[in-house]
Ligand binder design. Structure first.
Ligand SMILES: [Zn+2]
Ligand SMILES: [Zn+2]
Length: 299
């Protein structure tokens, strides 16, 4: 994160904001700057890519599904806008530790344990570590002791739009980000790779909420895409994964997506909506029996 902070200091904070007597590496200044940069970055990433996805990828006929809530897009956005500043507070504490030198992040390829090979292996290792951790954290968030308080706000959305991607309870949002932040404290990682992977995971999170169900046939068994995550929002106890289906298969929670079987929300809309369903559901829980005869679990 010091890559971003250095740029922000050079072009903005040092010339225009802070007094020249305040050193760039002073901890209070770093904390304040990180808070600004983290919030701004999160809002820009969210609004830019969720909006692009909403207008160019998301199929707007999904809004005709009876489980799509009234004013849902507005509610997803408001939930996110309120959550991001709270999520940023503990996140900034971790970023602060990172820029003050407590992580294993490095600047130059020569600092990588195995050169370029090490950089490539670290990408695979980052994906494996975060995919595994997110699976278990997400599964833990479904435990009855914490589900209602922490994770249910994200499951209000049964038919998601890209704007639901970051619409969490703040603690839920932070916990699901923890694996990405702690990885470089345990394993060496190039700073640019870290930044790129961090942006990519945010884009991935948007993409699994965008209702675009297709993945290349050859990757279908391995990739946890929008079709899988749609079934997670609809049926709760399946497809907790992030990028891959691996941990759902190991953990016994894999469900072949209904959207790929021809029984997903789009098929339902084409077959049923317009004939005998009028209006939107006020509450996703009211329409449990509506989904192709498959009973939705409500929690
Ligand atoms: Zn969940
Ligand atoms: Zn989701």
């Amino acid at each position: 994160m010091d890559l971003v902070l250095n740029v922000a200091d050079y072009y903005f904070f040092t010339p225009y904001v802070y007094p020249s007597t305040w050193p760039e590496d002073e901890i209070i200044r770093q904390s304040l700057s990180l808070l600004v940069v983290t919030n701004l970055g999160a809002y820009i990433l969210y609004f830019l890519f969720a909006t692009l996805s909403y207008y160019f990828i998301f199929d707007h006929s999904l809004k005709k599904h009876p489980l799509f809530l009234e004013n849902q897009v507005y509610r997803e956005i408001m939930c996110t806008v309120k959550a991001l500043p709270w999520i940023s507070i503990p996140t900034v504490a971790i970023f602060l530790a990172e820029i003050r030198g407590y992580s294993k992040l490095y600047d130059r390829i020569e600092d990588s344990p195995y050169g370029w090979l090490g950089v490539i292996l670290s990408m695979a290792s980052f994906l494996f570590f975060t995919d595994m951790s997110i699976y278990w954290i997400h599964r833990g968030l479904h435990h009855k002791l914490v589900y209602k308080r922490l994770h249910k706000p994200h499951h209000v959305w049964k038919i998601t739009t890209p704007f639901a991607s970051h619409a969490f309870h703040p603690m839920d949002g932070f916990l699901q980000g923890v694996p990405y932040h702690i990885y470089p404290f345990f394993f060496p990682l190039h700073k640019v790779v870290y930044l790129a992977l961090y942006i990519i995971v945010n884009l991935w999170t948007i993409s699994i909420h965008d209702g675009y169900y297709q993945v290349p046939k050859i990757l279908e068994p391995f990739i946890n895409g929008a079709a899988h995550h749609t079934d997670h929002h609809l049926f709760f106890d399946y497809n907790y994964g992030q990028y891959f289906t691996l941990w759902d298969r190991i953990g016994g929670s894999f469900k072949y997506p209904s959207a790929l079987k021809g029984t997903g929300p789009m098929h339902y809309i084409k077959k049923v909506v317009g004939k005998n369903v009028n209006g939107h559901a006020r509450n996703g829980c009211q329409n449990e029996e509506l989904f192709n005869g498959e009973n939705l679990k409500t929690k």
